[in-house]
Ligand binder design. Structure first.
Ligand SMILES: Cc1cc2nc3c(=O)[nH]c(=O)nc-3n(C[C@H](O)[C@H](O)[C@H](O)COP(=O)(O)OP(=O)(O)OC[C@H]3O[C@@H](n4cnc5c(N)ncnc54)[C@H](O)[C@@H]3O)c2cc1C
Length: 378
């Protein structure tokens, strides 16, 4: 088969790897507008379950990924100068650039053609020259825009503002920190992803953002302001910018996932709020699901139908849980009157996917402490 892929992010490259590995006869080209070392973002996170999926799909890249990552098992909630740790939540982090380099090497090893600095402004000419066109071109997908009459996308720009930073302060575990000042409430999502660096995402509502005056602040002023807000947590370490900008989360859904020989995967197809796990995990698992459909179906048409039929319910369930989590953070201000243990409990159960019984299994001491606090309130 001749396969053209737009986007050399995790979704596009991982699909190329799996297809080429299964049949070296496939002619696969990945078109990427950026260079091999250009990237945004800091670390990406995977659950233990995702890593098991990656291992089953491609042992070689899994070995490289796990060699490079930082692992932890706790979620820490910081509120009113108290840190509460909840154990039994297995996650690991890796630098996005390192992940992309591992996937690039694997593509090259297998004979996938990676064309960097190749912007695809119009997909029609690539579509007619191949058996399959995969649009893995990210959240601002050209394919989704160009073929919107086929895909029927819904784009929902959410009200909260957020910004991705890095820092050399190490957060050993997924740490959710809440700080209040005269402007309002700020939440930080942070985790270390190698021996020296952590991701540090800061989120706040529009009123807080307006009152803080970020609209007229430079990059350095913004970082200075936020370093003050999170001074007790950053331990004197600065926030590191990587072209970091305030953005609003864009919730993407599509009624149709493919038409003719064109299919979307990854962020182009769907997004899930970062508070529930990374888009990278979903991007890689999409690639696995699409590959499995090709593995079990005889034609492109059948495979694309099978992909949408099997993967869509999984994504819808995931997006529903992510929506609850996003909603929680959009209303974080309403929870600030809770005690640290109460806040930790509502956070752990916010998506509806984790119950008290799950928490009891994962961390009996935490649930016992919460039940005791609840008991004394009644
Ligand atoms: C600013 C920002 C920072 C982020 N940081 C993190 C982070 O630290 N950790 C984390 O887990 N997640 C992060 N994310 C989310 C994460 O990047 C995505 O969920 C994940 O990368 C999705 O993978 P993908 O392969 O679908 O898309 P992407 O990784 O976005 O890859 C799409 C690729 O397509 C290329 N492309 C797009 N259009 C064209 C075109 N027309 N022609 C050629 N190439 C094209 C892009 O250059 C890009 O390389 C961040 C997102 C944003 C917006």
């Amino acid at each position: 088969m001749k396969i053209n892929i737009i986007g050399g992010g995790p979704a596009g490259m991982y699909f190329a790897i799996l297809m080429k590995k299964a049949d070296a006869g496939h002619e696969i080209t990945v078109y990427e507008r950026n260079g091999p070392d250009d990237t945004f973002g800091w670390g990406v996170v995977f659950s233990g379950k995702t890593l098991a999926n990656l291992r089953a799909a491609d042992e070689e890249s899994h070995t490289e990924i796990t060699r490079a990552f930082a692992a932890w098992d706790n979620v820490d909630v910081v509120h009113r100068q108290e840190k509460i740790s909840i154990h039994g939540n297995s996650f690991s982090g890796i630098a996005r650039l390192q992940l992309l380099k591992i996937l690039q090497r694997r593509c090259e090893q297998l004979g996938v053609q990676l064309r960097f600095y190749s912007e695809v402004p119009d997909l029609d000419s690539l579509k007619v020259k191949c058996d399959l066109l995969v649009a893995a071109d990210g959240v601002n997908s050209t394919a989704r825009r160009q073929y919107s009459n086929h895909f029927q996308p819904t784009l929902d720009l959410r009200p909260n503002r957020y910004i991705w930073y890095g820092t050399h302060q190490l957060f050993h575990g997924l740490t959710l920190t809440f700080r209040e000042n005269e402007a309002g409430v700020f939440a930080a999502h942070s985790y270390k992803f190698n021996q020296t660096t952590s991701t540090f995402i800061i989120e706040c509502d529009q009123e807080t953002w307006d009152r803080a005056g970020f609209a007229t602040m430079s990059d350095a002023e913004t970082r200075g302001y936020l370093e003050k807000v999170f001074a007790p947590d950053l331990n004197g370490q600065p926030l590191l910018s990587n072209n970091s900008k305030w953005i609003n989360f864009l919730l993407v859904k599509n009624d149709n996932w493919f038409f003719e020989n064109v299919v979307m995967i990854g962020d182009a197809l769907h997004t899930a709020h970062f508070s529930i796990g990374s888009g990278t995990k979903l991007a890689l698992e999409d690639a696995i699901a699409l590959f499995e459909s090709f593995d079990s179906c005889a034609s492109v048409g059948e495979a694309l139908k099978d992909f949408e039929k099997t993967r869509k319910p999984v994504i819808e369930e995931y997006q529903a849980a992510a929506f609850e989590s996003m909603n929680w953070f959009e209303n974080a201000r309403d929870y600030m009157n809770l005690t640290p243990i109460e806040l930790a409990h509502t956070l752990m159960t916010r998506s509806g996917r984790v119950t008290d019984d799950d928490l009891r299994r994962r961390d009996p001491a935490f649930i016992a402490r919460w039940e005791k606090a609840e008991g004394s309130r009644q």
